[in-house]
Design a protein around this ligand. Structure first.
Ligand code: GLC
Length: 464
């Protein structure tokens, strides 16, 4: 049995051990510590999304250098007119979007010298595109600026150009009319086939936060031509999500009696959702005082699953309004066993099973029901849960989440070894294929503890 103090101190030791160095400078953290008993795949890489909680943890100690180095390094890897041909050569000749950022990078040796090698998905399992990387990068840039007070970095011409490239790429509409961002399957933290293509909530919440960040970080002279467009997109995106993704008892009632095949502008069932597609579990699951944002919305399709990052990020960046945010927290409180159980918390609820699992995941054994992305519990979500709860004045939920994780780890620290995820309906089992000493598990615990002690740090992350 460990004390909380010992647990936190070990977390720091492990986090420091995960630091990735390039030419003797710290530039990131590996996704998981090298463990010879497990196959490594790309867990020795530094992932953009995984680095965010690490960065937050370092910033609580005033260690901004590693974050600045990371931001600089990833900026160099961003697709620009100088490196595009080289990257293209590795992508079956396909021209990657200008401004795109990789999912991850690693340090390799080339001709006896260290080099940084990016992965845009051309080597990743399933060849998935990291749409979330640019979004997290912008969010992190704003976090860095707020936490360190360093205004110069973001004002450098290279950074301003990098922000503009991302905006050009993400604001461009090709074959679409919704204000949401249309993405392929597995484009974010859920980077495998899980039926999360089209307009997944997580991407929309990150997009919203990233647009706010970009507008804040661009110098007036660099956004003259785009500022109004950003504002309009933000407004339309906000209304769209708040109105059409929102699910509570009232909305479920509405969907139950939807009319279909409506044509024209002023209609109620704009996306032609069929009442028959309303999932039986969802009807009885939403408590009277709760609600949440649906996982996805497209023509004739509403994904009723609850996705934690999308909902919590929507609270954090105020994409959900105040009343909705409170209702999301109410839902988490009322459906605690389902959503949090014995390890905060479920990435998505409920799991898809049987035939549905076969069709949607393509029989993916890693994503069997109540495991990994399909209803598994991810300790990295602890920091999102704590930040969202604190932002809307629900400290008891934050405390309860931390207490549960701490209790488990103080008791089983050496057995669990900071796993990537847990399995089972209540998150009681260490994930079958879980990495150990997963960096964002460790960092999330540090960040969650810090936010409880220094709630003023919420300002780094939240948007009002
Ligand atoms: C898995 C996760 C992904 C994460 C990566 C590294 O691929 O699905 O979200 O970034 O591992 O931890």
């Amino acid at each position: 049995m460990y004390t909380e103090k010992e647990l936190l101190s070990e977390a720091w030791t492990r986090l420091e051990a995960s630091v990735l160095k390039f030419e003797n400078e710290p530039i990131g953290t590996v996704a998981a510590a090298i463990d010879k008993s497990t196959q490594q795949f790309n867990y020795g890489h530094c992932f953009i999304r995984d680095f965010v909680p690490s960065a937050l943890a370092f910033l609580t100690r005033g260690q901004g250098e590693i974050v600045a180095n990371f931001l600089r390094q990833t900026l160099k890897l961003q697709i620009n007119d100088k490196n595009i041909d080289e990257v293209r050569a590795h992508m079956d000749g396909v021209r990657p979007g200008m401004g795109l950022m990789p999912a991850s990078f690693e340090i390799v040796e080339e001709e006896g010298k260290q080099a940084v090698r990016a992965d845009f998905g051309e080597r990743a399992i399933g060849r998935v595109t990291p749409v979330d990387s640019c979004l997290w990068w912008l969010i992190l840039l704003r976090i860095y600026q707020r936490a360190t007070g360093d205004q110069e970095l973001v004002q450098e011409a290279g950074f301003q150009r990098g922000i503009r490239l991302i905006l050009n790429l993400y604001m461009l509409k090709q074959f679409d009319m919704y204000p949401t961002l249309l993405v392929p399957e597995g484009a974010f933290m859920i980077d495998r086939r899980m039926g999360v293509y089209e307009r997944p909530l997580e991407i929309q919440a990150l997009f919203y936060a990233a647009l706010l960040a970009a507008d804040e970080l661009l110098l007036p002279k660099n956004k003259q031509d785009i500022h109004t467009e950003i504002e309009q997109r933000l407004a339309r995106l906000k209304t769209h999500i708040r109105e059409h993704y929102w699910l509570d008892l009232e909305k479920v009632n509405e969907i139950h009696r939807y009319e279909n095949e409506q044509f024209g502008e002023e209609i109620c069932n704009k996306f032609n959702i069929y009442p028959e597609s309303l999932e039986a579990w969802a009807i009885d699951w939403v408590p009277k005082e709760g609600g949440y944002l649906a996982g996805n919305l497209g023509p004739g399709r509403m994904d009723f699953r609850f996705f934690a990052i999308g909902n919590l990020m929507s609270v954090i960046c105020s994409l959900a309004d105040e009343a909705q945010s409170q209702k999301i927290m109410n839902l988490i409180g009322k459906r605690w066993i389902d959503l949090v159980g014995n390890m905060p918390m479920k990435l998505c609820f409920p799991a898809i099973e049987d035939k549905e699992w076969e069709l949607i995941t393509g029989c993916d054994p890693k994503n069997v029901s109540w495991s990994y992305h399909n209803g598994g519990s991810w300790p990295v979500l602890l920091w999102f849960l704590v930040a969202a709860a604190l932002k809307v004045g629900r400290k008891s939920i934050a405390e309860r989440g931390i207490r549960i994780a701490e209790k488990r780890w103080c008791e089983y620290k050496d057995k669990d070894r900071w796993p990537e995820y847990y399995d089972g309906r209540k998150g009681n089992l260490v994930g079958k294929k879980a990495m150990r000493y997963q960096t964002w598990t460790i960092a999330a615990y540090i960040v969650a503890k810090d936010l409880m002690e220094n709630p003023q740090h919420l300002e780094w992350i939240t948007f009002q």
